[in-house]
Write a protein that binds this ligand. Structure first.
Ligand code: ATP
Ligand code: MG
Length: 480
């Protein structure tokens, strides 16, 4: 912001004020000028009447030099130039010219004011005087008082325009002075108002500056119910939300980097193993067949593990990013679990574990869910139940029909999980016994995937476990 808002407001107000004052001054000066001129003309006409009367009553005269000078003095006294003219335009008297010099004056018949007076009794004009060489205002009157002083046809009064101008100048000055004072007063007032008006905005920008510098606990402290107060409240609300989001984002960021660390750690182990086995094979080309086979098998197992890990990782990231869309369809629980048991029988037997469906007869209950994803859930839970079981242990898959839900469970007769681990086994990469889990090919992602899928079904995974007795994992699906 180059020019502050306050300066802009002040500038605007002052410009407006200047224009208004100027216009008002010009208009009022013109009006007053006209008014004064009219008044002067009126006064001159009164004066003309007076002169006419005085001439008529012969109080004033001009025929001998004494009376001529007396009349001149009378005119001087009233600050006018008085001229008496006969019907042919010859000047009979002029207060600014001596009696002897009268015959030097030119004929006045063609003077505009005289011509006007001839037509409409009264005439007026403003021009440069040929006789006196400066601008004068003239008013002439047709003299009708014929009887006495009969030679007079026109009475004319002249006033130097400077006199009129002087009066008007004073008026102009007064108006300008008034305008100037008003301008200063309003400038001061508008400065104060602008300061008051922009103060909260200034405050807002100060706080905003602090927030920009990373001080997220800063809040706008502008009270009042006007727009700026409302804006401050709005911004504060926004900041609260933003701060909350920021905390969440930081947490997510932390989780992400932790996840990335875990991933690289988990990937490194099998890759190093594969590398190690292959190196041993390369360095001992003459080793006996059986030994070579053993190493190749070991390398292969690590490769499989790597593949499983990547599949799980891709799954989890697809679920978490929301890329994996669930499609819910109703299906028969009994048939579904029965099929799962059949599929898992072989894997279980390999580990000397017996797996079976707990429900004997089909209750023909349907549930709503994404069967593909739920297969994955049962597979993960049952694989755990088999993996972490004991020789000749048992795994039970089953369901309980509730009022509008069906509870599905996977229970085992394994070694159980300690209380301290129970809440954490659903975290990514969390394993109770890292070595044992790795031995059986686990990465610690299985339960995290289970949790995500079940939550996408608006449900929760519960776990109950007793050391040495076994564990049971369960969740509920909507009955249809
Ligand atoms: N039925 C169970 N009995 C005992 N311990 C279990 C059982 N299920 C899970 N666990 C414990 O919880 C941990 C986390 O299980 P999870 O399925 O997430 O990972 P995993 O089995 O180690 O690896 P993955 O499933 O990714 O191959 C396991 O390492 C194991 O210690
Ligand atoms: Mg598992």
């Amino acid at each position: 912001m180059n020019i502050s808002l306050r300066k802009k407001i002040i500038f605007l107000v002052l410009s407006l004020l200047f224009i208004v004052t100027l216009a008002a001054s010009v208009i009022s000066t013109m009006e007053i000028q006209r008014y004064y001129k009219n008044r002067i003309v009126d006064q001159m006409i009164v004066q003309l009447d007076e002169v006419e009367y005085l001439l008529g009553t012969q109080v004033l005269g001009f025929h001998d030099s004494t009376r001529y000078n007396e009349l001149a003095r009378y005119a001087d006294h009233s600050r006018h130039r008085l001229t008496l003219i006969d019907s042919t335009g010859i000047v009979l008297f002029d207060s600014h010219v001596t009696m002897d010099s009268l015959h030097f004056l030119e004929n006045h018949l063609n003077r505009p004011e005289i011509q006007m007076a001839l037509k409409s009794d009264i005439g007026q004009n403003q021009r440069k005087s040929a006789t006196l060489n400066h601008t004068m205002f003239y008013a002439a009157k047709l003299y009708k008082n014929g009887g006495k002083q009969s030679a007079i046809r026109f009475i004319r009064l002249a006033l130097p325009i400077e006199e009129i101008e002087a009066v008007l100048n004073t008026v102009r000055w007064k108006i300008m002075l008034g305008g100037g004072i008003a301008l200063i007063l309003i400038a001061v007032v508008s400065y104060l108002i602008a300061s008051r008006l922009t103060y909260p905005i200034h405050q807002l920008s100060t706080v905003a500056e602090k927030i920009k510098a990373g001080n997220y606990d800063e809040r706008f402290d502008v009270s009042g119910s006007d727009e700026i107060g409302e804006l401050a409240d709005l911004l504060n609300d926004m900041l609260d939300k933003l701060k909350y989001d920021l905390i969440r984002m930081k947490k997510l960021e932390e989780m992400r980097s932790q996840f990335l660390g875990n991933v690289s750690h988990e990937l490194r182990t099998p890759i190093f193993s594969v590398q190690g086995y292959l190196e041993t094979l390369m360095e001992n080309p003459g080793a006996e067949q059986k030994k070579q086979q053993k190493f190749i098998k070991k390398a292969y197992r690590q490769a499989v593990r790597l593949n499983n890990l990547l599949t799980d990782l891709i799954d989890i990231s697809r679920i978490e990013s929301g890329e994996m869309k669930m499609t819910f369809n109703p299906f028969d629980v009994h048939d579904w679990l029965h099929k799962m048991v059949m599929d898992l029988k072989e894997t279980a037997a390999e580990q000397s574990v017996f797996i079976k469906l707990a429900n004997e007869k089909n209750e023909h209950v349907k549930v709503l869910g994404d069967r593909e994803r739920l297969n994955q859930v049962i597979l993960n839970l049952a694989t755990n139940a088999i993996k972490y079981n004991k020789i000749n242990g048992q795994v039970l898959l089953g369901y309980t029909v509730l009022r509008n839900k069906v509870e599905i469970y996977v229970s085992d007769t394994g070694r159980g999980i300690e209380k301290e681990h129970l809440t954490r086994i659903f975290e990514r990469f969390y394993r109770v016994d890292k070595e044992r889990s790795r031995e059986v090919g686990g990465t610690g992602l299985g339960l995290a995937i289970v949790k995500h899928i079940i939550e996408a079904h608006d449900s929760t995974v519960y776990v109950e476990s007793e050391i040495g007795v076994g564990s049971s994992f369960s969740f509920r699906l909507r009955k249809v």
